[in-house]
Ligand binder design. Structure first.
Ligand code: FAD
Length: 442
């Protein structure tokens, strides 16, 4: 079958790899000049690193399995992570349950309650029972006001901005399951980062697809999906030399966000309305190469509403900085609503805004510490997952013969991530195969 895949992110590449391996004629169209989408990397003078911080968890079975399948298992390296929270103008270690039990900014009885609630959450197996309640409602009911204010509110507000009260409890439940399951017997959090960044996986997928006869076309923007008798017939696209084309396909798999897909094809009104309802946060991520670290932690969450960013992720506090010519690689990250002013600001304006706040965490910080930087804005970075999401989640197989959609808003209840993109790539492949078998039998 002739299969068009829209997007060369991890979902599109995995789908392309699986389908071309099965002998299908695959063509991947990517509007950007590179593959990898949100997991793509960027070059500094002597090294390459993700535009947005990336790591894997012990539970990320699908992507770990793909590394194995592609003979890249030796790439996977595991590190102990150190986590902290900045609250009340100080950094507090929140790496282990013991750290949490010792956290002096929360009263002792609240800390004991927090430990019990974490255990209770870990023991819940049927997340469907939590579908009709928001994380905000559940947590406000079960933890003290102080615990909520110091730990959970910054986490929810930081990731979901003005939508933070709407996020469903299964999303939060899954997040806790992942983080708890990625701990060893001593309760250390263990995270994986591939030896040569995520780019090796991306390059290997590209090579495999090409070796299996597939094509990957960068700077190719799909502008419409065309149908005949409610069946996919072709796609229209603008190629890298800005010319318009139409090409016939039997199947189209879109990995683009719904708001893009809904503009590519006219579907039944109720479905288009559903698609356009799915909202996303954008990410504003600054990578700073510094002379010195800001803290000794990998992941520093900011629990202070006045801060203009939500976290500092120090890559070289997870990996040894010797791997990066002794540079300190620091991400300063933020999730913002699509109308947030940060999205219209440039690097100079944003660093000017951030500097006094970074300084309040480490007073030795100044702009003179910055050796190099990159400033990235990522659209559709985090889908907003409200209560009762499964009742209106859009299926992978759409009601047009040959049309499938596999994007980050289909990942639920887990938080979106490269592991679930690989899983989604496998799922859409399986559905296409089932449909193909049904078609042959008919
Ligand atoms: C700040 C941040 C931190 C993250 N941290 C982690 C982490 O630590 N671990 C982890 O596993 N995951 C992490 N993720 C998530 C992970 O990167 C994504 O879930 C995953 O990469 C999504 O892959 P995808 O292929 O589904 O989507 P995308 O990467 O968004 O790919 C979709 C592609 O479709 C293309 N496209 C869209 N429309 C068209 C069109 N009309 N024509 C042609 N091409 C089109 C886009 O250009 C894009 O390349 C993070 C994400 C962000 C933003």
């Amino acid at each position: 079958m002739k299969i068009c895949i829209i997007g060369a992110g991890i979902t599109g590449l995995t789908t392309g790899y699986k389908l071309s391996k099965l002998g299908h004629e695959v063509e991947i169209f990517e509007s950007a000049s590179f593959s990898g989408g949100q997991a793509s990397t960027i070059n500094f003078e002597n090294f390459e690193i993700e535009k947005a911080y990336h790591h894997l968890f012990v539970t990320d079975k699908a992507i770990l399995g793909l590394y194995k399948e592609l003979d890249l298992e030796d790439e996977l390296e595991w590190y102990k992570s150190k986590v902290a929270t900045f609250a009340e103008k100080k950094i507090w270690s929140t790496t282990s349950p013991i750290d949490l039990l010792k956290l002096p900014i929360i009263p002792l009885k609240d800390r004991i309650n927090l430990a019990l609630i974490s255990l209770r959450l870990k023991l819940i197996k049927n997340w469907k029972k939590l579908e009709s309640i928001s994380a905000y409602q559940w947590l406000s009911k079960h933890v003290s006001d102080r615990t909520f204010e110091i730990i959970f509110e910054p986490l929810l507000r930081g990731k979901f901005g003005r939508y933070y009260k709407d996020i469903c409890m299964p999303w939060f439940w899954a997040k806790i399951q992942t983080r708890v399951s990625s701990r060893n017997k001593k309760f250390d959090e263990i995270l994986c980062y591939p030896k040569n960044s995520f780019s090796l996986l991306i390059n290997k997928l590209e090579t495999e697809i090409q070796n299996q006869g597939g094509l990957i076309k960068h700077n190719h923007l799909i502008t419409s999906i065309n149908t005949q008798d409610n069946k996919v017939s072709s796609v229209s696209y603008i190629s890298d030399n800005k010319t318009k084309h139409i090409k016939n396909f039997d199947i189209v798999v879109s990995t683009a966000p719904y708001s893009i897909l809904s503009r590519l094809i006219t579907l039944e009104k109720s479905l288009t309305e559903k698609m356009n309802k799915v909202q996303y946060m954008s990410a504003v991520v600054m990578i700073l190469i510094l002379k010195n670290p800001i803290s000794k932690y990998y992941w520093l969450s900011i629990a202070d509403k006045d801060f203009p960013f939500l976290g500092i992720i120090e890559h070289t506090n997870l990996l040894p900085k010797e791997k990066y010519n002794n540079n300190n690689i620091v991400y300063i990250t933020n999730y913002v609503e699509e109308d947030n002013e940060l999205l219209n600001m440039n690097y100079e304006e944003v660093i000017e805004k951030y500097t006094p706040f970074i300084k309040s965490i480490n007073n030795t910080f100044s702009k003179n510490e910055i050796i190099d930087y990159k400033f990235n804005k990522i659209n559709y970075a985090q889908p907003i997952i409200p209560i009762n999401y499964s009742s209106y989640r859009i299926p992978i197989k759409l009601p047009v013969l040959g049309l499938y959609s596999a994007n980050t808003a289909q990942i639920y209840p887990e938080d979106r991530g490269t592991n679930y993109s690989v899983d989604l790539g496998q799922k859409v492949t399986n559905i296409i195969l089932e449909d193909e078998n049904g078609f042959i039998k008919r």
